[in-house]
Design a protein. Structure first.
Length: 399
């Protein structure tokens, strides 16, 4: 950028700053220029001018090349000095939205959707299982002095040890659960049956060879358990009166119908997720995509944040990030595919659709409690969600 061009940025900021100088004995803007000049922060003026000049220059470059930036440019000033007739030279590192060369996604979608068999029927057994959960959640609980039996609600303190050393993550205070529901490793709950409140138990369990934690496979774990309470549970009868007490159903038949509908909807959602995952796996295999590192790192940050409460040292976080690397890359690649298909097919949600979903979200209590919610970020999120849904619907229409 030539000196004259850079001066067009520098001079207005300098003049405006000079006019606002307030020196003792002079009204604002009336001090002699030589005196006022010494009072202005020329370094601050310079940085403001450089910032505006580089921003405008980069905007022109990106527009001329039809680039879409996905990160704030990194700018390094090479040379400039407005006082010595030296223009502005700078280097900029730009992270540009990558080129995505899609495979034959229409053929892939048609093949996968065409071969999908959607069965969302719900068995009576599935409905009864959900009904049982509802009844269990409303059970009347009474403390008893007898021995614990299957179906009782118990409260315990427990701790696990391997070779005399406490086992990390295998101790709990005042834990509550129903005996026989299989919350713990096989054998744990069975050892509590037949014992009363106040008893202290010690027993050992051999962990199976296929246990989910590799370091505990085929290990003998010693447990100490303090049985703090035994409670008998009395389940309510599934009557119309009971159902009305739940607040939204007129009778037991209405509750069953709602449960059946909910299970069917859940099956449909899971099947759509399975098909969607399969389609994008195949499109990724048949496309040329290089996910930018900055996008992968951002995705890794979000994925790793879900495990932050489990991280105890930097080494563990590093291991978690390494394990999630491939998932992050696939997530970025999928988003790039969605973006590219939407661009090619001119798919995007309407302003009315976005506003409707945003209003629904903002009406929820958690948003009302947070007046500082970033509305623009919410709109961007809703836009992406609606666009992705429309892309998936488009792919389904190709079958």
């Amino acid at each position: 950028m030539e000196h004259k061009e850079f001066l067009e940025y520098y001079q207005p900021i300098y003049d405006q700053t000079l006019a606002s100088v307030n020196l003792k004995g002079f009204r604002p803007g009336t001090a002699p220029k030589e005196m006022a000049d010494k009072a202005v922060d020329k370094e601050k003026i310079f940085h403001e001018a450089v910032s505006k000049a580089t921003r405008d220059a980069l905007q022109e470059i990106t527009e001329d090349n039809h680039w879409q930036l996905i990160a704030q440019p990194k700018v390094e000033i090479v040379e400039t000095n407005p006082q010595e007739n030296i223009g502005l030279k700078f280097k900029a590192t730009l992270t540009v939205f990558p080129e995505v060369k899609l495979g034959n996604y229409k053929k892939i979608a048609k093949k996968i959707f065409g071969g999908a068999k959607k069965d969302f029927s719900v068995s009576e057994e599935e409905v009864n299982k959900s009904l049982q959960w509802v009844l269990n959640s409303r059970a009347k609980v009474t403390r008893v002095s007898r021995e614990a039996k299957k179906g009782d609600w118990v409260e315990v303190d427990f701790a696990g040890f391997v070779g005399g050393q406490p086992l990390d993550g295998a101790s709990e205070k005042s834990d509550n659960f129903v005996l026989g529901e299989g919350k713990f490793i096989k054998g744990f709950e069975e050892n509590l049956i037949g014992h009363k409140e106040g008893e202290r138990l010690e027993f050992s369990l051999d962990f199976p060879k296929d246990y989910w934690k590799e370091d505990l496979r085929n290990k003998k774990v010693n447990f100490t358990v303090q049985l703090k309470g035994v409670f008998e549970r009395e389940l309510p009868e599934l009557s119309d009166d009971f159902v009305k007490g739940l607040g939204k159903f007129e009778n037991a038949a209405a509750l069953k119908a709602s449960i059946q509908e909910g299970i069917a909807k859940e099956k449909e959602t899971k099947e759509n997720e399975r098909i969607q995952l399969k389609i994008f796996e195949e499109i990724i295999k048949n496309s040329e995509i290089k996910p930018p590192r900055i996008m992968v790192e951002r995705t890794l940050d979000n994925l790793t944040a879900e495990y932050k409460n489990l991280v105890k040292n930097p080494g563990e976080e590093s291991a978690i990030r390494k394990n999630l690397e491939e998932k992050a890359k696939n997530s970025v690649a999928t988003n790039l595919i969605l973006y590219q298909i939407a661009k090619e097919q001119k798919i995007e949600p309407s302003q009315k659709e976005i506003e409707s979903e945003a209003n629904k979200a903002l009406s929820h209590s958690e948003f009302k409690k947070n007046p500082k919610i970033d509305v623009q970020r919410l709109y961007d999120y809703i836009y992406d969600e609606l666009r992705n849904k429309k892309v998936f619907e488009y792919l389904e229409s190709l079958k």
